[in-house]
Design a protein around this ligand. Structure first.
Ligand code: SF4
Length: 271
């Protein structure tokens, strides 16, 4: 495994690694302290708004390949946190991700996860680990729409059942580290009735919402504008919920972690 190239924007740094079989994965260093790692080559979930998953899953990364992304960069960057939020669904490569997780924890790093929650048997385990945050991609509570936005990640009813069961076992402090991630897509899931559904679920589960802005990929989906984003935020806040917004790091052209590979290739050509 070797570092192939690096790209720097005002806010973030992107690193592309080539694996022994010549497949590539990418890593983003953002916020000046966090390394966003990939867990798979490609992704089986197949979200239509995501370029990283557009060709399906190629293969899981090994433990060494996951750790390698950190080890090859740790001496040049001030890494304090690791986020399993790059390419791939961490729960679908759970044995390797879990081994890497414990290595990072033992090294004193805070570790957070972005996941679809599938498979739910692994989500049950994840929620009880000493993580620094778990965001579960919801994107819609309408069954048909969620299946369209996250095509291969099991049943919504099962996900909610598992969240109800497992969250009730967590302390308030631990529960505060879990949120529902909601990617706001223009004219897809941004109506008040959509937001009402997610607000009511978060309230019932007593967890927060991570309201994400979309970095356009040219795949037929569009992000909302600033006013619409603020309105959605205030609407969710009106339920008394903890709502976290996309940071400027995620909105950067090298942000959005795993979802923007083609944009990055275009960026590269312009370097
Ligand atoms: S958004 Fe995440 S889960 Fe969906 S296809 Fe892309 S990498 Fe996979």
């Amino acid at each position: 495994m070797k570092l192939l190239w690096e790209l720097t924007s005002e806010l973030n740094r992107l690193f592309v690694f080539e694996l022994a079989d010549r497949h590539r994965v990418e890593v983003v260093f953002y916020r000046g302290d966090t390394l966003c790692l990939s867990t798979q080559v490609g992704c089986a979930i197949g979200c239509p708004f995501c370029l990283s998953g557009s060709k399906g899953l190629v293969r899981n990364l090994t433990v060494d390949e996951i750790l390698g992304q950190y080890l090859l960069l740790k001496d040049r960057l001030n890494i304090r946190r690791v986020a399993f939020a790059g390419i791939g669904e961490p729960l679908m490569n759970w044995d390797s991700v879990k081994t890497a997780f414990w290595h990072f924890v033992r090294s004193g790093l805070g570790v957070s996860f972005y996941t679809t929650g599938y498979p739910t048997s692994k989500l049950r385990e994840l929620l009880h680990l000493p993580h620094r945050g778990v965001s579960i991609s919801l994107h819609s509570l309408k069954k048909d729409l969620r299946e369209k936005l996250l095509p291969h990640c099991g049943s919504l009813a099962e996900l909610i059942k598992v969240l109800e069961e497992e969250l009730s076992k967590l302390s308030t402090r631990k529960r505060k580290k879990v949120s529902l991630a909601y990617l706001l897509l223009k004219r897809v899931n941004d109506r008040l009735e959509d937001l009402t559904m997610v607000a009511e679920l978060a309230k019932r589960l007593r967890i927060g919402i991570t309201l994400l802005r979309y970095n356009n990929t040219g795949e037929g989906f569009y992000g909302v504008d600033d006013d619409e984003y603020e309105r959605a935020f205030l609407f969710l806040k009106s339920y008394g919920l903890r709502v976290t917004l996309s940071t400027r790091f995620r909105r950067d052209r090298l942000g959005g972690c795993g979802t923007l590979m083609i944009n990055r290739e275009e960026s590269l050509q312009s370097v």
